[in-house]
Each structure stands twice: as structure tokens, then as C-alpha cells.
Design a protein around this ligand. Sequence first.
Ligand SMILES: C[S@@+](CC[C@H](N)C(=O)[O-])C[C@H]1O[C@@H](n2cnc3c(N)ncnc32)[C@H](O)[C@@H]1O
Length: 272
Amino acid sequence: MKDDECVRFMQWALPHLRMQWRGFRKVRRQVCRRVGRRLRRLQLPDVNAYKDYLRTYSSEWNVLDNYCRISISRFLRDKGVFECLGSNILSAFARMASTSEDNTIRCWSAGCASGEEAYTLALIWHFLLMQDYPGVDIRVTGTEVDQNLLERAEKACYSLSSIQELPGRWVARAFDLAGTQYCLHANFREKVEFTRQDIRHEAPEGLFHMILCRNMAFTYFDADLQQEILERIHDRLLPEGALVIGMHETIPGKAPDFVPWFPNMKIYRKKR
Ligand SMILES: C[S@@+](CC[C@H](N)C(=O)[O-])C[C@H]1O[C@@H](n2cnc3c(N)ncnc32)[C@H](O)[C@@H]1O
């Protein structure tokens, strides 16, 4: 399929899915390849025929919705953000937890792909903070809509390209090499639990000290849906809790309760 043909198709289709073209500009080829394969499977001559197909069979929108998921992730993605989380944010929560009855720091990684971001928090806790806060623990909830990615998250085995930003010392102490895959040890895995959830409709139970919602809702979803997601996040975040969004994302329009905490790292604090 020609690029301009696919772009026009996506610009037509994405608003039906409550998504925005702007987020897809750079990654459109991935979506276009999937749509192209779908046309061949359905033996449709072009995207206009596919538009008709979508109009006739409304369940096809769910298929297209799946094709519009971009699952790129890696450990320690945007290193500076995680350095900041370790030295400023998680350490502050750990200090608070060490003097309170509730001695568990709870984090939510929304749209966690294969678990890279959620496990990164467990690694930071283990290698940078755990020793200084012996009575404190961390729990991370990873939510993701794609079942295949969740299965990979549970297995916690990754290619070298996924982990190469981690310090070599961490890799040596936290992973076992199995063939070409680096598999995370159980003591890191047990800090993290994964749940299949669609953030458009649901959120995990409980309240969190920190929520990471990076490179998903605030890139791909349309403005109204972004606002709904922000409200869902707001409900799940403790007062003074941290919201972390993607480096190229902005917090949607109406967010009076979120104040910049480390603005150049896209970390916000929920007002008390
Ligand atoms: C680009 S990845 C980002 C992963 C990680 N947050 C990061 O920044 O490295 C976006 C993930 O969000 C997931 N996702 C997309 N729509 C979702 C939805 N409605 N609910 C939950 N997860 C979703 C995708 O399947 C994908 O794994």
C-alpha cells in the first residue's frame, strides 16, 4: 500500500477509534504494514474497500484497534527520567514509608508492554535504594491490553537490545543468559504483578504513590480520551503522588491538580 494512501486511511479511521493522527506520524509504517496484510487476507483491492468493510462489519474496528497498538519499550528507557525517579522521587516515598505504618511503595506502570518499565523500577529499588530502607518494600502493578505482551512480561526474558541501557553490573547480577535471552531472576519478578486491562475502561484497584503512563495515552489517544485517562489516573494517585508521562508528551488541557515536579523529566506531583 502506498504511504499517502495509508496516511489518508489512518486520518479517516483513527478518530473512530478515539485516537489522533499526530501520535502515529512517525510509527505509521508499522500500522500500514498490518493493514496491508489484513487487506490481502480479506482479499480486498484497496483501502476504500476496507473502509466499506469496516462500515459493514462493525467488529472489524476491534481488529483495526489492535493494529494501532505500538509496543516499543526497553529497560531504562529515557535514562535521565529513571535516575531522577531513583534519586528524588522513590527515595522521598521510601523516607515517608520508613516512618509510616504503610511501608510499601506502590507503583502502576500503565501500558507496560512486556514489563520493561515495571521491572526497571524493581531493579532501581534493588540496586539503588533497598539497602538504605530495610523496612520498606516496593510493589509494581503493570497493566496492558495485549495478552501476548503480558505473557512475555510474565516470562521476563528479553533480547540484548531490550536491556542494553542497564548497567552491566545490574545485568550480571539480575539476569541469567538462556540462549540469546536474558531472563530476570525471581526476586525481581516477585515485586511486579501484571494484569490485563484496557486503560480506556479500567484501572487497577487501590491507590498508588507513583503512576507511569508513558508513550501510550498521551501520544496516541485523542484529546477527550486523554482527559478521561488523566481523570482515571488522578483517582488512583495518592495526594503528593507522582505522575510520569513520556518525554515527548504533554499533560492534557485541564489538569489543575498536577503541578510540575521535575518538568524536564515530565514528572508531575498531584496536589495534596
Ligand atoms: C509504546 S508502548 C509503551 C511501553 C512503556 N510504557 C514505555 O514507555 O516504554 C505502549 C503500550 O501500551 C499498550 N496499550 C495501548 N493501548 C492500551 C490500552 N487501551 N490499555 C492498556 N494498554 C494499552 C500497548 O499494547 C503497548 O504495549
